[in-house]
Design a protein around this ligand. Structure first.
Ligand SMILES: C[S@@+](CC[C@H](N)C(=O)[O-])C[C@H]1O[C@@H](n2cnc3c(N)ncnc32)[C@H](O)[C@@H]1O
Length: 832
């Protein structure tokens, strides 16, 4: 399953590698800086030459820091001396060197962090990341699905880890033959780093381990690991004995005590709790501290990369110059707001269907990464972020699957029927006293069962789905603690469980006799929806629309964004990536007008409906990819002021063809968007006029000027134009960034991010000075972007930014929407 904190791919968020810590390339000093110069965030000591003094075209000179830093300087001995390390303890600066000669001399930095290349930090990171950082080498491989036509024999099967992803079975067989390894069968799927080998005898296993373990293939070392296949239970003891005999010199048939079992077979598996909520072992206050210090490291990348990306001959912007006063941060990180509830907070959980370690069909979370050979699934009961209600539905489905005639999904062969259960919860508005136990507010549940009908008889599919509906109905009719329920089946044939928005959905009636009073009995084809509240606004949410998974914490997030956006009656607010309209609608009463942009058509129709049910009239929602329409929208709305005298507002945005600036923006990053398939829509399905129609609700606000449309409707013009962007994990499209950056009247931008790494990358492009200098532009033929970090790519793109006033990072703050996981939302205010 995909990994993300957004609710399109929920609790598996932690299957992603943990947040990347800032880790300069080699020596703790930035790679662009010669060994004996300070890292970028400290390279402008107070008495250093002002960058403004640098002549155009001349490289900015850095002073020898050993002369300028003294013992009293806050950065004294806070970085390791790479020269000292590389030369085996020699450094011409001797004791006077401002860098630490070894770990013992190293001092903490003013912000209480340590040189990221120090052993101390490496050790902390290892501990923090726990098993996650150890990688597959130190873990069991828990494949519980069989490869096509060949069940693995637990005792004589081995798993080879670190094979090239692109290898198929043939490559693996050739490799084994070249190494002189005898085996019975060998299988590998492209896209995985693991392959499976069955052997004829314990001797073959032993020899394979001796020959292959540690052998290098490409730039990796092979690891021979155990497999815990379906036959785990019956073969376990035998398997252990074989392993003991073959790899540890124990005699075949030795008595096995528990310690030996663990030590020799490495059979300690991680639990779903460890995988999904790796911070659950820490007190909540420590979790918050931990997230904050991670964010500090990530934010510093913005300063470092902004500095690097600054074109030659251009003064460093003020925010970079001032960064050294705040420990290298691009702006102040004002803290982290805690979640009002820390347990059972998720209103959406996607439970995988797969075999447990014991080979039993199970509904829950995968215990690791498919690419690493882990397909085992465990029940969610120990995961503190999942509600008891969601666990109950997972358990009902789990029981049903034990006797289903249809097979569960096999991730290796991409065959099977039952794939995933999504539980979405709708809540009543919470009273303060109920916040701590918000589960009492769960008033309705939408169950989305994902299946793959390909190759199955229609009649069989229908009868099995009916049987499932009865199973849910029976339990909910006897358990009065379960809320109202609606059932939807999603047919998805793709490889990953992440189905596209338009994967066919149909609602399934829950048989009346068995159903709980009030259960949804939507007729076939009718769209089922759930409802939730943000403040006192009611939101109607369709099955595939995004809605923040922690509603109460989202309320804090939106109000923070609103406070920072500097709203008022004369504000036009662009809510970019608006989903069901949550941000714009909750802030609508504080602005003149909201324009929301969202690509998921169901979410846009939810947004319209939500405006309607809450009687909000000053919002308009556009269904399109933001990168396709933002240039046009900004141009139309922001140019209004210039056109005041001659205004007739006859211009139309009839489609999302790129504007001239978009056309000019060519970089060599492929754009996979299908602009042709998208059309700009308004709430009425008509094209949008260049000026805003006076919507009614916002009329009590005082627009600066009015004008009229062709048909005489009054129009408003706004003094203050702000944008709140809330993109998915991948961040903003470069074309959108350019549109925001190159429209000067847009003075303020609030960036909400569930992935601080992409926020930093996008902010590099938004905040780096640009020049109209062809020589500075990126190399159009450079295909090396594939290997670049997101920050490197952003620096590269920043070179192609048309000359325009950059934004400045003003302040940042985190909001914890995901207790017990490493994730949180980050909000940053950018102004110019
Ligand atoms: C993190 S969600 C935020 C939704 C909303 N602001 C909220 O808080 O409920 C990101 C949203 O962006 C939408 N989206 C993703 N890519 C987009 C694009 N290129 N243009 C417009 N919307 C996009 C997704 O469909 C999703 O609804």
């Amino acid at each position: 399953m995909a990994a993300s904190p957004d609710n399109q791919t929920p609790p598996t968020e932690t299957l992603n590698p943990p947040l990347e810590h800032s880790h300069p390339t080699t020596n703790g000093h930035d790679s662009s800086v010669p060994p004996h110069q300070p890292p970028p965030e400290q390279s402008q000591p107070s008495n250093a030459q002002s960058p403004d003094a640098v002549e155009p075209g001349e490289k900015r000179k850095r002073e020898d820091p050993s002369n300028t830093y003294t013992e009293n300087h806050p950065m004294w001995k806070t970085s390791l001396c790479s020269y000292f390390r590389r030369s085996g303890g020699q450094c011409s600066h001797g004791d006077g060197c401002r860098y630490a000669h070894g770990e013992a001399e190293l001092r903490p930095r003013p912000d209480n962090t340590w040189d990221p290349t120090s052993e101390r930090v490496k050790k902390i990171l290892k501990e923090e990341n726990g098993e996650e950082s150890k990688g597959v080498e130190e873990r069991d491989v828990m494949m519980t699905d069989a490869l096509e036509g060949d069940d693995l024999d637990g005792a004589l099967a081995k798993c080879l880890v670190n094979l090239p992803m692109k290898w198929a079975s043939d490559n693996l067989r050739t490799f084994l033959s070249e190494q002189g390894i005898d085996y019975k069968s060998a299988k590998k799927r492209k896209g995985m780093m693991v392959g499976f080998v069955n052997f004829e005898s314990a001797e073959q296993v032993k020899r394979a381990m001796e020959e292959l373990d540690g052998t290098s293939v490409g730039n990796k070392n092979l690891k021979v690991a155990d497999v815990v296949p379906r036959s785990f239970e019956k073969n376990f003891t035998q398997q252990i004995n074989e392993i003991l005999a073959s790899s540890n010199g124990c005699e075949d048939g030795d008595a096995i005590d528990d310690d030996l079992k663990q030590g020799c077979s490495n059979s300690k598996a991680r639990s779903a709790r460890d995988v999904v909520t790796p911070f659950a072992y820490m007190p909540y206050a420590d979790q918050l501290e931990h997230k904050k210090s991670n964010l500090v490291q990530i934010l510093k990348k913005l300063t470092r990369n902004g500095r690097k990306a600054c074109p030659n001959g251009v003064s460093l912007p003020e925010w970079i110059l001032k960064s050294r006063e705040i420990g290298g941060l691009p702006c102040k990180l004002e803290g982290i707001l805690e979640s009002p509830i820390v347990n059972g907070y998720r209103n959406k959980c996607e439970f995988s269907v797969g075999n447990s370690i014991q080979g039993k069909p199970t509904v829950g979370f995968m215990l690791g990464n498919f690419r690493e050979g882990v397909t085992a699934v465990e029940e969610p009961t120990e995961c503190p972020n999942v509600s008891r209600v969601a666990c109950k539905y997972a358990a009902i489905f789990h029981e049903f699957l034990q006797n289903s005639d249809m097979p569960i999904w096999n991730r290796l062969n991409n065959t099977g029927f039952w794939r995933q259960l999504t539980v979405r919860e709708g809540r009543n508005p919470s009273k303060v006293a109920e916040v701590k136990n918000s589960e009492v507010n769960i008033s309705e549940v939408m169950l989305i069962v994902q299946v793959c009908t390909a190759g199955f008889d229609d009649a069989l599919v229908s009868s099995e789905i009916e049987r499932m509906a009865r199973a849910f109905g029976v339990v909910s009719s006897v358990d009065s603690s379960l809320p109202r329920m609606a059932l939807v089946v999603q047919d998805h044939k793709g490889i990953s469980n992440a189905a596209p928005f338009d994967a066919p959905l149909r609602s399934v009636s829950i048989p009346k006799a068995d159903s709980h009073p009030g259960d949804e009995t939507a007729s076939e084809g009718e769209e089922v929806r759930i409802h939730d509240y943000i403040g006192n606004l009611r939101f109607s949410i369709s099955p595939t629309a995004f809605f923040q998974v922690n509603t109460l914490a989202a309320e804090k997030l939106y109000s923070l964004a609103g406070d920072w956006a500097g709203l008022g009656p004369d504000t036009l607010l662009f809510d970019i990536c608006c989903g069901t309209g949550t941000i714009g609608l909750t802030l609508a009463h504080r602005v003149g007008m909201v324009v929301g942009i969202e690509m998921n058509a169901s979410a846009v129709s939810d947004a319209h409906r939500n405006a309607e049910i809450n009687a909000i009239k000053n919002c308009r929602f556009v269904c399109a990819k933001a990168e396709h329409v933002m240039g046009s929208l900004l141009k139309e709305y922001l140019n209004l002021a210039k056109k005041q005298d001659e205004i007739s507002c006859s211009s139309k945005i009839s489609n999302d063809e790129p504007t001239s600036t978009e056309e000019n923006f060519s970089d060599n990053i492929p754009d996979t968007d299908d602009s042709a398939s998208l059309k700009l829509e308004t709430e009425n399905g008509k094209s949008t006029s260049g000026c805003l129609e006076n919507g009614g609700h916002g009329l009590h606000n005082q627009p600066q000027n009015n004008c009229t449309t062709e048909n005489g409707t009054p129009l408003m013009q706004f003094k203050n134009v702000v944008a709140i962007v809330d993109p998915p994990r991948a961040g903003l499209h470069p074309t959108l960034i350019k549109a925001l950056r190159t429209h000067p009247p847009l003075r303020r931008l609030v960036y909400i991010s569930c992935n601080p790494e992409t926020l930093v990358a996008n902010a590099i492009e938004l905040c780096t000075p640009s020049v109209d200098n062809k020589a500075e532009k990126g190399n159009k033929n450079n295909r090396g972007w594939r290997n670049m970090s997101s920050a490197g790519l952003a620096r590269h793109r920043a070179k192609s930014m048309p000359n325009s006033e950059p934004f400045q990072p003003i302040k940042a703050m985190a909001v914890d929407l995901f207790p017990h996981t490493p994730h949180c939302e980050l909000v940053m205010l950018l102004e110019r």
